[in-house]
Design a protein around this ligand. Structure first.
Ligand code: CA
Length: 511
């Protein structure tokens, strides 16, 4: 929102930093985001320093490199993925806009032609490129509607699968990223494939995380001159694990697996809300194995940054696109739900000398990430007018004058709209909306006729595992306050529920 951007301090310094010739001193930015990595699956949450800052238990997972990284960073405990499913989050991440404006309202696949990153959106790569950065994208993208644009077999999809999920992103849809080594979505973790900058396809027999970090290290070292060494760089690395499948050693990092293979479900799933009788518990050792493998590879990336002498002037962020319920609440679906373990994402930012180490309960939302990264890099005045999120860089840096801390975050769950005669999905069904504050979670859901089907209301402070669904009638003051907050968020974001006045008998849109 523009009104928040105006609060951001140091406009004078930003102007100086943006003057010609200052480009070389700009920080590099690396944004690493595994897919489906829940915030609690980081080893340091079991350390008393961190455990005392949250009301829930961390998973028994080994992540020594991330633990060390966290000790040098600000660690957010309450960052959320507002629409906690792959493509919508990625659309918000790249554009700073809510899904209806980014264009990505549902997970992208061939039967959903209306869910695709808007080609005219001004994305984070566009802004960094215009500011003089060399921009690299490595790994999973998953924001394009797959079309028959296979560069190896023109006129066909990239595979023979229908519906097609994977996609090739041609140069005109790369939004400022001049170095490309990416794919849409593909879940064979040990036989991944990628299209490079020139559109050549590479099929690889290596665990995808290891392969992508290897590419990122090559980019950092720049031995082959793949980047312009006179420019700062911005690199996004979209890792796919620990995304499913997580059913066998074919899916996971073997070195990590050794730590968990002999542990029982109750030893691995330590949260009070976990159902350790579910068949899905068999996934836990493989899921954690992939987390530990990611940790090892992330450590390799940080070492390469150190060796290249770039660590001091590089902002490094470790995040995820959404969480993973991992047997909590007895549900199989890992995401696209209001549960803390689905919405809450890791968000750890290291900027040596500029961001003090601490745990911070900043309620960061997905559309805030783009403007905040630009703000951290000193590019606040380049934040596009189209951005709907807030630049919270001043909060992360603990600047003398700081942007207002968000008091609430919007939750949204979209499902397919009706299918046309050809079986293609038209529009989307805004099934649920909700609000997350530091104290509470509220979810309201409707059927396709707009009638209330579900209310979830939790006191997240006294009930961190969300096991006690409060009765709105017995907590009417709380319910009224949260539904008022929800109305405000829906109105500010011009959400479909606001435009259609969904559940207007209980959501006070026009007060
Ligand atoms: Ca995902």
């Amino acid at each position: 929102m523009v009104k928040f951007r105006n609060i951001v301090p140091f406009s004078g310094l930003i102007l100086v930093a943006c003057s010609p010739g200052a480009t070389a001193e700009r920080p590099n930015v690396i944004y690493v985001f595994p897919d489906q990595l829940r915030n609690s699956s980081l080893g340091f949450w079991s350390d008393p320093e961190y455990a005392s800052q949250v009301g829930w238990r961390g998973d028994p997972v080994l992540t020594p490199n991330l633990d060390r990284f966290a000790s040098e960073s600000v660690v957010l405990s309450e960052a959320v993925s507002n629409c906690p499913v792959s493509s919508p989050h990625r659309g918000m991440l790249l554009t700073g806009m809510w899904p209806e404006r980014s264009g990505v309202v549902l997970n992208c696949m061939s039967e959903r032609p209306e869910s695709s990153l808007r080609e005219d959106a001004e994305c984070i790569g566009d802004v960094f490129a215009a500011a003089g950065y060399d921009c690299a994208y490595i790994g999973k993208l998953h924001v394009d509607h797959p079309t028959p644009n296979n560069p190896q077999r023109p006129g066909t999809y990239v595979s023979d699968d229908l519906p097609e999920w994977d996609a090739y992103t041609p140069p005109e849809r790369r939004h400022g990223f001049n170095y490309w080594y990416s794919y849409g979505t593909y879940d064979v973790h040990k036989h991944p494939h990628y299209w490079d900058t020139a559109g050549n396809r590479h099929d690889v027999d290596e665990w995808s995380v290891q392969h992508e970090i290897g590419k990122a290290i090559d980019y950092i070292r720049n031995a082959d001159g793949v980047r312009d060494a006179d420019k700062p760089f911005f690199m996004m690395i979209g890792l796919n694990p620990p995304h499913s499948p997580y059913a066998s050693t074919d899916d996971c990092d073997l070195e990590g697996y050794a730590h968990y293979k002999d542990k029982s479900a109750s030893e691995l799933l330590v949260r009070a809300n976990a159902d350790t009788t579910m068949a899905k518990t068999a996934a836990a050792p493989f899921y954690f194995a992939n987390v530990s493998g990611i940790d090892r590879e992330f450590g390799r990336l940080l070492d390469a940054l150190d060796r290249a002498g770039l660590a001091r002037n590089t902002i490094v962020v470790f995040a995820s696109d959404h969480g993973e319920t991992l047997c909590s609440h007895g549900i199989v679906d890992p995401k696209n739900s209001v549960w803390r373990e689905s919405m809450n994402i890791p968000f750890i930012v290291r900027y040596p000398g500029r961001i003090p180490h601490r745990v911070d309960d900043l309620l960061l939302s997905s559309p805030d990430i783009m403007p905040t990264l630009l703000g951290l890099a000193g590019l606040a005045e380049r934040i596009p007018r189209s951005v709907e999120g807030r630049d919270l860089s001043s909060v992360l840096m603990q600047s003398p004058v700081q942007a207002e801390r968000p008091q609430a975050a919007l939750y949204m769950r979209n499902l397919d709209g009706e299918r046309d005669a050809e079986g293609l999905v038209r529009g989307f069904f805004a099934e649920a909306r909700g609000v997350k504050t530091l104290e509470h979670t509220l979810e309201l859901a409707v059927d396709r006729a707009g009638r209330l089907t579900r209310v979830r209301l939790f006191d997240d402070r006294t009930d961190p595992y969300q096991m006690n669904n409060l009765d709105p009638a017995r907590h009417s003051e709380l319910f009224a306050r949260l539904s008022g907050e929800l109305a405000r968020l829906l109105r500010e974001s011009n959400d479909a529920w606001y435009r259609e006045r969904t559940l207007s008998d209980i959501v006070p849109y026009d007060n």
